[in-house]
Design a protein around this ligand. Structure first.
Ligand code: SAH
Length: 214
């Protein structure tokens, strides 16, 4: 059987091979053990470059996609970041090592609960996890230096664009949920928005409203 250290080395190698070369992003991804965020049933797949099922019919994203999105976000240690779509909490945990403060919004209360517990267990104290429809952003904490959306919508939601600081960056998958979507990078300038296509991706859809589980 391949041991954990070898699997982790292969994990880091697959990130580099996919074009994640930013040292801080690689360090953060080395430090945040993905095993903490996947269901025990899948623990031997934790370092595979594949999305995996989590509770509520959702998924933890593929590590290379997490890496590319994080790299494209160009987070600095002064930044206040908004993530829409907490899911397992894995992406937020990586961001927490790079940013000053992370606000992550999720529409399933069970996922909010689970992620909050993991952050506590790992001693991460600069993430706030909120049950809300992230399509409206998080008005009470706006504006944000960086916004990352980990669920796909037809167009970037207007509330999110308006809650981005001038000079800020937003990364979001756009396109129909049952189709291949396009990951785009939006830079807000004082005269408008610059859009850049990054790569094709596949995410679960950004849905309206919140879901309360038992
Ligand atoms: N970033 C996650 C993966 C996200 S999966 C991780 O690292 O594991 C996408 C998540 O977006 C799902 O958990 C889904 O419930 C959530 N989501 C979808 N629409 C949403 C909305 N409008 N507001 C908040 N969360 C939403």
């Amino acid at each position: 059987m391949t041991n954990n250290a070898t699997l982790k080395m292969q994990f880091l190698f697959s990130l580099r091979k996919a074009g994640i070369l930013d040292k801080q992003v690689l360090d953060a991804m080395e430090r945040v053990d993905r095993k903490n965020f996947v269901n025990n049933v899948f623990s031997e797949k934790a370092y595979d470059d594949t999305p995996l099922p989590i509770a509520c019919g959702q998924t933890i994203s593929q590590p290379t996609v997490v890496g590319l999105m994080t790299q494209a976000l160009q987070v600095t240690s002064r930044d206040k970041v908004l993530e829409v779509g907490t899911g397992s909490g894995y992406q937020a945990a990586i961001l927490s090592l790079l940013a000053r403060r992370v606000y992550t919004v999720e529409r399933h209360s069970l996922l909010v609960h689970n992620a909050t517990k993991i952050f506590q267990k790992l001693g991460i104290n600069n993430i706030t996890t909120i049950l809300a429809d992230g399509g409206y952003g998080l008005e009470q904490q706006a504006p944000f230096d960086r916004i990352i959306v980990t669920a796909a919508s037809d167009d970037p939601p207007a509330s999110l664009l308006s809650q981005l600081k001038i000079g800020g960056i937003m990364i979001i998958p756009v396109g129909q949920s049952d189709n291949i979507q396009n990951l785009i990078k939006i830079a807000k300038t004082d005269s408008g928005y610059d859009y850049q296509d990054l790569q094709p991706v596949r995410f679960v859809p950004l849905l309206a409203g919140t879901e309360k589980e038992q």
